[in-house]
Design a protein around this ligand. Structure first.
Ligand code: LRH
Ligand code: MN
Ligand code: MN
Length: 386
């Protein structure tokens, strides 16, 4: 039997971090479709993020991407967030948009380019000091396109050196989250292509270094929940970049492509004790076609639904079936939870939190969408081509 009061309490305590770049215009390498009313600055991105938090009650932090969210005064930006009931979350570095990084950043063969990349990462830690952010999220576009282009092992050594230098700069409460991605933009080798490579580096660095799992960064068919279970067991799961994919790094709304996979991931999180402050639940999405704020609200709700279902798994019955070797019964316990319609439960949870039971409808009624279209002209691009 599951304890419904405990499930509700966990749902009320949940925190999903939204990414600043999801509020801005985005697109593909073919076209960025500008939407009306999108934020013109990091300050306005926070204004929109505050709407997501106001209607869901579970999106209290916002990730920044540097330099997309470059401002003069980061402490003032943190204050702007606080005044809106938010806090600034992970600081995402960007070593992929500078011409100097064409052949790599921290893995580049030229020490001068590596220095420039490390300087950027150290600047990101300075920003964390100013914003009060805990996590530095690192994703490297480094890799090669052709066999022989560079020395695979030498690149790992350069990567390890750069990471160690940045790790040494972290404060006591700060962490480094290393993100992997199996390909793109590099097509032959990628220097951090998988969880194993990220894990090996994090293990060497120490307890403040953890792996972040972006759900869109795996080859089709990869069993992501296995990776999650393993990293949790090893105490090395730092967080998630949630999104969904049909083909590659599609950055679609989480839970849109494969809600069953999201449920399976959340079940492993729940089973492994991952609903704790140690694991950051972040979105990493782009809304090229759909309106951004309601899409982010929808994404947060999708995470809540998967979480509710994962928490409803009758662990006792599941354990008994597993010990008995009853394959069908064990599978049925899991499927029962997945097939539960948790929307009434979540409506109840929201009402108990003093929120509208239907965040999307409440946002639509609020008039915010009309207000930003009227007030903002010339919205900021999420980053690509900016
Ligand atoms: C890389 C990535 C990484 C970046 C973000 C914009 O594909 O997932 O997290 O910082 O996209
Ligand atoms: Mn990501
Ligand atoms: Mn990505």
């Amino acid at each position: 039997m599951t304890d419904l009061a405990a499930v509700k309490a966990a749902l009320k305590n949940q925190a999903v971090e939204t990414p600043s770049w999801a509020y801005g215009n985005s697109g593909t390498r073919f076209k960025v479709f500008a939407q009306q009313g999108v934020p013109r600055s990091p300050w306005e991105k926070l204004d929109d993020a505050a709407q997501v938090h106001a209607f869901t009650g579970v999106a209290p932090t916002v990730a920044l991407h540097i330099p997309w969210d470059k401002v003069e005064d980061y402490a003032a930006l943190a204050k702007h967030a606080e005044e809106r009931g938010l806090k600034l979350g992970a600081i995402n570095s960007n070593t992929f948009q500078d011409d100097d990084f064409k052949l790599g950043s921290v893995c580049h063969a030229d020490a001068a380019v590596r220095r420039k990349a490390v300087a950027h990462l150290l600047e990101c830690v300075d920003i964390m000091d100013a914003t009060g952010s805990r996590d530095l999220k690192l994703w490297f576009a480094d890799g090669t396109n052709y066999p022989g282009q560079d020395d695979i092992v030498a690149r790992q050594e350069r990567l390890g050196e750069a990471l160690a230098e940045v790790y040494a700069r972290l404060g006591d409460e700060q962490r480094m989250l290393l993100e992997y991605k199996f390909f793109e933009p590099a097509f032959y080798t990628t220097d951090v292509p998988d969880w194993g490579t990220a894990y090996a580096h994090c293990l060497k660095l120490g307890p403040k270094a953890r792996v972040v799992v972006d759900t869109g960064h795996h080859a089709p068919g990869t069993n992501i929940e296995f990776i999650v279970a393993l990293l949790l067991r090893e105490g090395k799961l730092g967080g998630f970049d949630f999104n969904s994919r049909f083909y590659a790094d599609d950055d679609l709304m989480v839970g849109a492509a494969d809600p069953f996979q999201l449920f399976r991931i959340m079940y492993e999180v729940s089973r492994g004790g991952g609903f704790s402050a140690d694991v950051a639940f972040m979105l990493d999405q782009c809304h090229n076609l759909e309106a951004k704020i309601p899409a982010i609200i929808r994404s947060v709700m999708n995470v809540q639904e998967a979480t509710a279902k994962a928490l409803l798994v009758d662990r006792e019955a599941l354990g008994a079936a597993q010990v008995a070797g009853d394959v069908l019964a064990a599978n049925a316990v899991l499927m029962d939870a997945f097939n539960t319609d948790v929307r009434p439960l979540l409506r109840e949870v929201r009402e108990e939190m003093g929120l509208d039971a239907d965040p999307i409808a409440a946002y639509a009624r609020s008039g915010w969408a009309e207000k930003i279209v009227a007030e903002r002209v010339g919205g900021q691009q999420a980053g690509w081509g900016a």
